[in-house]
Design a protein around this ligand. Structure first.
Ligand code: AP5
Ligand code: MG
Length: 215
């Protein structure tokens, strides 16, 4: 089953994608994570996108479609979770064509609805493990042992994102409402949209997503 997790910055796409990977063996394809990896490894493309990402603007369709196209041959029986992709109508069209060219299809688009106030609280408290990518929050999800990742046990590897500040967040939200939210209507018209309430405990939200996928 190939699915999209659609939602604004901080909606919990990455958090819930990690759960689906652990529970169902699905493969997470996060364009945000791929772009950050390109920056860390210092590729030409990574250097090109750094300032755009830090400002909270969208990277070009061409770059992100290329990143996804490279990954679609990975083996997966359980399916892909597209996290943070597509983000424009052009990307949505490209994804449909790419999947079709592989004889695959998209089964569901889960729209995670979270109000803006909660998004700001989630984004400003977020940190992740630099080793395994597990996500945490200063208030909502703290590690069991201070400074130690619950998932991989690495010590002192936590980091915060350069675009998790108020200015960049405002730009990211604007990009979501302007360029990405039209995808809600696009997938509704294709009869693929599943809307879920993204507020509440992480476990509760996970239950709603499972219900939407299995129901
Ligand atoms: P990307 O990395 O995709 O960022 P984003 O969409 O802004 O989303 P986030 O990763 O910030 O939020 P999330 O929904 O994953 O939330 P999370 O689970 O971490 O993109 C970054 C940049 O890359 C873009 O701005 C753009 O420049 C570029 N880019 C990427 N893809 C692109 C594309 N396709 N086209 C063009 N440009 C692209 O949760 C957030 C926090 O909340 C965490 O601390 C978590 O612990 C906490 N939390 C999660 N769930 C809950 C809950 N239920 N209750 C309380 N806290 C919770
Ligand atoms: Mg994310």
């Amino acid at each position: 089953m190939n699915i999209i997790l659609l939602g604004p910055p901080g909606a919990g796409k990455g958090t819930q994608a990690h759960r689906l990977v652990a529970e169902r063996g699905m493969v997470q394809l996060s364009t945000g994570d791929m772009l950050r990896a390109a920056r860390t490894s210092g590729t030409e493309m990574g250097k090109q996108v750094a300032a755009v990402m830090d400002a909270g603007k969208l990277v070009t369709d061409e770059i992100v479609i290329g990143l996804i196209a490279e990954q679609l041959d990975s083996a997966t029986d359980a399916g892909f979770i597209f996290d943070g992709f597509p983000r424009t109508l052009a990307q949505a069209d490209a994804l449909g064509e790419l999947l079709e060219s592989k004889g695959a299809s998209l089964e569901a688009v889960v729209e995670m609805q979270v109000d803006d106030e909660a998004l700001v609280a989630r984004i400003t408290g977020r940190f992740t493990c630099g080793e395994c990518g597990e996500g945490y929050h200063d208030t909502f999800k703290t590690p069991a042992v201070e400074n130690t990742c619950d998932n991989c046990g690495s010590v002192g590897s936590f980091k915060r994102r350069a675009d998790d500040n108020e200015d960049a967040l405002r730009t990211r939200l604007m990009a979501y409402y302007k360029d990405t939210s039209p995808l809600i209507g696009y997938y509704y018209a294709k009869n693929m949209l599943k809307r879920i309430d993204g507020l509440g405990e992480i476990d509760e939200v996970a239950g709603r997503i499972s219900g939407a996928l299995d129901g």
